[in-house]
Write a protein that binds this ligand. Structure first.
Ligand code: 5GP
Ligand code: MN
Length: 349
């Protein structure tokens, strides 16, 4: 048995929207990750199985190739490529599901059309402090992935039988990627009850792991080597590490979207390093990824220095300026927001 975490009234309200609605749009956050695409496509397959023919998944921008094997990926509309078509779908929708984000800012240019649309809106998410912009807000930060929430939502409507193998593969992918293949935020026993059910539906979890983690280009592996050998800066006295890459460096290794996925985690395998930051120059801004182990709240660091947020152990942010200035900002932050002062970090030493 799986405990009831999502409030009953929210389930019922959203269930009614599904019953009555004809056209559905599912949106998720910018730079979609495995959980964003997994939860969106999981819900997409469920709605199809329910008999809804008019269901669209819209993402603000493109997502990495290693997610493009997922069933339903061909039905995903990328707003950046088809803005007018996307806006039409959004304004015509009866119901919009907002998955894996807590603030309209996280869907960037999609925010305007979504907020303007008269559709009923349902948020399903696990990030802290959701902004109230939906008719139903299912926000449960203790659940480790939005995909798991989608599974719970479907089951609570009594519709487990409508989860097919395609939906199960998508849901599993999101659960796996948001927990680093069940290496963090993954101690809740019910995660494994759910995985058991997904396996019974026919998923090959080992194959999904390989499809996500073992499909990289030669360029990515060489870039990783370069990063580890030359670019990783370890601040042993602060239990911290930083990697920064410029556009020029990325181009040297034929960078494709997704090639730096997971780089931010690499320094955490060094004994005594509990806080890691990856800074990547993009064409018009600098993207920051932050990870920690233990109690150091890297989302607070992201909020204070990089206008971002996220989870305690996995967060992100942005910086507008030069790469050098972004690095300086990180270093300044490190002296002010010293991980050594976090109680748990002292324990880790
Ligand atoms: P990643 O480093 O994988 O891009 O992001 C890790 C987590 O940080 C994501 O799950 C997301 O919740 C959060 N995150 C990433 N970028 C931003 C950002 O710019 N703003 C906020 N508020 N959260 C972010
Ligand atoms: Mn997520």
């Amino acid at each position: 048995m799986i405990t009831k975490i999502i409030h009953e009234d929210k389930i019922q309200k959203a269930h009614k929207y599904i019953e009555k609605g004809e056209s559905f749009v599912i949106v998720t956050h910018v730079s979609p990750d495995g959980d964003a695409i997994g939860s969106a496509l999981g819900l997409f397959h469920f709605l199809n199985a329910y008999g809804k023919e008019n269901v669209s998944v819209i993402v603000p921008n493109d997502y990495p190739n290693f997610l493009k094997w997922m069933p339903g990926t061909k039905d995903v509309t990328i707003y950046e490529k088809y803005p007018e078509f996307s806006e039409q779908l959004i304004s015509d929708a009866d119901v919009i599901f907002c998955l894996d984000f807590n603030d309209p800012k996280r869907i960037e240019k999609l925010a305007d059309p979504v907020l303007k649309s008269e559709a009923r809106k349902v948020l399903i998410d696990h990030h802290l402090h959701p902004v109230e912009f939906c008719n139903v807000t299912m926000s449960y930060p203790n659940i480790s992935s939005t995909s798991e929430m989608v599974f719970r939502f479907i089951c609570r409507m009594g519709l487990f039988d409508l989860i097919d193998k395609n939906a199960a593969e998508c849901i599993y992918t999101g659960m796996m990627t948001d927990t680093g293949a069940f290496t963090y935020n993954s101690n809740h026993p019910e995660i494994y009850t759910i995985i058991g059910e997904l396996i019974k539906l026919g998923i090959d979890k080992d194959l999904i792991y390989r499809r996500i983690n073992q499909v990289y280009s030669e360029g990515r592996l060489r870039l990783m080597g370069y990063v580890l050998y030359e670019k990783m800066k370890v601040h042993h006295d602060m239990q911290a590490a930083m990697i920064a890459l410029s556009v020029e460096e990325l181009n040297r290794f034929n960078y494709q979207t997704g090639d730096t996925e997971g780089f931010v985690n690499l320094p955490l395998s060094i004994e005594g390093v509990s806080f890691s930051v990856f800074i990547r120059e993009d064409s018009d801004y600098i993207k920051i990824s932050l990870r920690s182990v233990g109690d150091f709240p890297c989302n607070e660091f992201a909020a204070k220095y990089f206008n971002g947020g996220g989870h305690k152990n996995a967060s992100g942010g942005e910086f507008y300026g030069t790469l050098e200035d972004a690095i300086k900002r990180f270093e300044q932050g490190l002296t002010e927001f010293n991980p050594n002062n976090t109680e748990d970090f002292i324990k880790h030493k």
